[in-house]
Design a binder for this molecule. Structure first.
Ligand SMILES: Nc1ncnc2c1ncn2[C@@H]1O[C@H](COP(=O)(O)OP(=O)(O)O)[C@@H](O)[C@H]1O
Ligand SMILES: [Mg+2]
Length: 411
């Protein structure tokens, strides 16, 4: 058994529900995507866009790829969009960070005194732009100008991750970004951009300039397979020296629905419980405890809409969400949801509502006044608005004692 300190250290290393992965050995199931990303970053004039559902692992792939491709000691530059961002704020943040890069890695050493457009830094006599306050970016040309100035002084191609691009609020400024990508490539400015966002945000970028396709390697991330989810649990089991019976590692992977966040979260709670009880192997008690704890500590971003919706729509509606989350497909036909509902109610001995009532409640769950937790991709089909919520519904269903259905289709 590990000592408490060793256990915490190993936990921090293997179970990272609260942060993205940054190293290859912990990044499961992304070998091909990682190789292609690194190749794209290495190719002159190419940038990358990683897209997929929230929580699927986009930031993790971007970080790991950037760390692998970055040829210097300096970590990649990471900026994140939010609903206040603008083209100007994002580009200015990048330039500021570029100007902060390690001066020992600058190129074109100049002796102090040679005052150019940007003056000369007293620090080591290296050329540096005058001051960060000077940065003013309103359009693509300004951005290109500053990116050029900021990269001139370093002797490697910095990698910049622009994360959460789907939160970027100004639709009309998407064309600034596609214009920027084109100009950086055409003018051979040595900087690499990796965007992360959901599919719609990539479409926005391409809509602005058709030709952006040429400059961008677009990597679509699917949910992890069942096997890869189990690997996360297996690695932690070895690192923490606590065994996990086969049926439990399988159940964790199955509940998690291809979202590594849930695997990390449930495993962390489960191993902590085993360690504090001084057990050398996880048992059912640790597993049940972990499911409860995981539900309690789930991100409020996921928990809130789920609970609001169930609350507004009476408690009867929750098994309907479990039924939807139990299908192997994301978009499920009403008749199949009903079939799962029937089975869940029978197993958990829940009073069933009639089909008409069921259909009304199901439909309510897609209405704004009931939280709009579901959407209808086409007639007679429903899906979760936020795919990651399927995993949350599966966790809650498992807590009641019903094991969620088959693994995700990619497994
Ligand atoms: N390939 C992977 N293997 C193992 N864990 C992963 C993998 N990708 C992501 N994770 C974990 O899953 C969670 C969500 O990952 P993240 O990269 O933040 O997703 P996204 O950016 O798509 O929302 C994090 O806890 C991260 O540590
Ligand atoms: Mg992310």
């Amino acid at each position: 058994m590990l000592l408490d300190e060793e256990f915490l250290e190993a936990c921090y290393q293997y179970l990272t529900s609260a942060r993205p992965i940054q190293s290859i050995e912990h990044l499961k199931g992304r070998e091909k995507a990682l190789r292609q990303l690194v190749e794209a970053i290495d190719a002159p004039g190419r940038h990358a866009f990683i897209y997929g559902d929230r929580g699927v692992g986009k930031t993790s792939l971007a970080h790991t790829g950037a760390f692998q491709a970055q040829s210097s000691q300096d970590a990649p530059i990471i900026v994140a969009c939010d609903n206040q961002s603008s083209f100007s704020s994002i580009c200015s943040a990048i330039v500021r960070r570029l100007l902060d890069l390690n001066p020992l890695e600058t190129k074109g050493y100049k002796i102090s005194g040679g005052i150019g457009a940007f003056g000369a830094s007293a620090n080591l006599g290296l050329e540096r732009p005058a001051s960060k306050q000077d940065i003013k970016i309103t359009d693509v040309n300004d951005a290109v100008y500053w990116f050029r100035k900021a990269t001139e002084r370093i002797n490697f191609d910095p990698i910049v991750i622009i994360d959460e691009f789907d939160l970027f609020p100004i639709i009309v400024e998407h064309d600034h970004f596609s214009g920027l990508i084109k100009q950086l490539s055409d003018q051979c400015i040595p900087i690499k951009l990796i965007f992360c966002g959901i599919a719609d945000s990539l479409d926005q970028l391409f809509r602005a300039h058709e030709s952006t396709h040429r400059y961008i390697h677009a990597e679509h991330l699917e949910r992890l397979t069942l096997g890869k989810c189990m690997e996360i649990c297996d690695d932690a089991s070895v690192g923490l020296r606590i065994e996990v019976p086969n049926h439990l590692r399988y159940r964790i992977a199955q509940i998690s629905d291809g979202f590594p966040y849930y695997v990390h979260l449930v495993c962390e709670k489960m191993f902590r419980s085993a360690h504090s009880d001084k057990k050398v192997a996880v048992d059912q008690e640790c597993f049940d405890f972990a499911i409860n704890q995981a539900i309690d500590s789930i991100e409020p971003r996921l928990k809130k809409p789920y609970e609001n919706s169930v609350h507004k729509n009476t408690k009867n509606s929750e098994p309907i969400l479990w039924a939807l989350a139990n299908d192997k497909l994301l978009d499920v036909q009403v008749s199949n949801i009903w079939r799962h509902y029937d089975e869940i109610c029978a197993t958990l001995k829940i009073d069933k509502i009639n089909k008409a009532n069921f259909t009304t409640k199901l439909n309510n769950l897609s209405k704004p006044q009931y939280g709009e937790i579901l959407v209808k991709p086409r007639r007679s089909y429903y899906t979760f608005n936020e795919k990651m919520l399927r995993g949350y519904a599966r966790l809650r269903c498992a807590r009641e004692g019903y094991d969620p259905g088959p693994e995700n289709p990619g497994a």
